[in-house]
Ligand binder design. Structure first.
Ligand code: FPP
Length: 231
């Protein structure tokens, strides 16, 4: 196995393929999401092991509201249970949890549980796990621009202002973005923050994406030459 010599500071993942994983087994889509939660655990454990400072996961996009209510409801329930089940692990392993997105639209009980988890882990100095929830890149840019304009009438916005008004303020831009399941699109994810991000696509479906696949992605990243537009 290759040595991973260059560990990214921030890895972001578009977790895709849960539905196809389930359908190919004749199961309900929600079973794919359930198995996907196990992959979330595996990815987090690996990030902690590798001392990756930030791991962000695209858990629910603003477009996902268009799915059947039973699937959306099922996803909230899965997340609620995961929070209850994992709180101890997170605190023990010094994982700080952030949930970023348009959280106002999230069901009240889940929102309270999320807030509780963020408060309980606020002082944790290990890996930061960022769950992007009811998030989209265009939504983030618009809310940032509107908030900036409201607070700074007549002032022109700079790139640094944008960084400070996006919900990801204070989080370094992703070094590596992984998308599973063979789709090779940004799908309205972090549009501003991925300007210089390295992309890694794999055909592996998210429920099958475990430590071995994560390691392959890090090895591929270590071989890349990032020039940021320079020579
Ligand atoms: C994409 O697969 C996956 C999602 C829209 C949901 C991902 C959410 C989780 C795995 C739960 C996260 C939980 C925590 C605790 C962070 P898809 O349904 O679009 O798959 P398909 O493209 O094959 O239909």
């Amino acid at each position: 196995m290759e040595d991973i010599i260059k560990i990214p500071q921030h890895v972001s993942i578009i977790m895709d393929g849960n539905g196809r994983w389930a359908q190919s087994r004749g199961l309900e889509r929600l079973e794919g999401h359930k198995e996907g939660v196990e992959s979330v655990r595996a990815a987090l454990e690996f990030a902690v092991e590798m001392k990756i400072k930030y791991l962000s996961l695209f858990a629910f996009s603003t477009e996902n509201w268009g799915r059947p209510t039973s699937e959306v409801q099922g996803l909230w329930t899965l997340m609620f249970k995961a929070i209850e089940r994992e709180a101890k692990y997170l605190i023990k392993n010094r994982v700080r949890v952030l949930m970023l997105g348009n959280l106002q639209q999230i069901p009240e009980d889940l929102r309270m549980a999320i807030q509780g988890l963020m408060d309980a882990t606020a002082d944790c100095g290990g890996t930061t796990l960022i769950v992007m929830l009811n998030y989209s890149g265009k939504w983030d840019l618009i809310q940032a621009a509107n908030r900036f304009a409201g607070e700074n009438p007549g002032k022109e916005m700079t790139p640094e202002d944008m960084d400070r008004y996006l919900v990801t303020a204070g989080v370094p831009d992703p070094d590596l973005l992984i998308r599973t399941s063979g789709e090779e699109r940004i799908s309205n994810y972090m549009l501003w923050q991925t300007a210089y991000t390295e992309f890694y696509f794999t055909d592996t479906l998210w429920p099958d994406f475990r430590k071995k696949e994560f390691r392959l992605a890090l090895e591929a990243y270590a071989r890349r030459d990032r020039r940021y537009g320079k020579v």
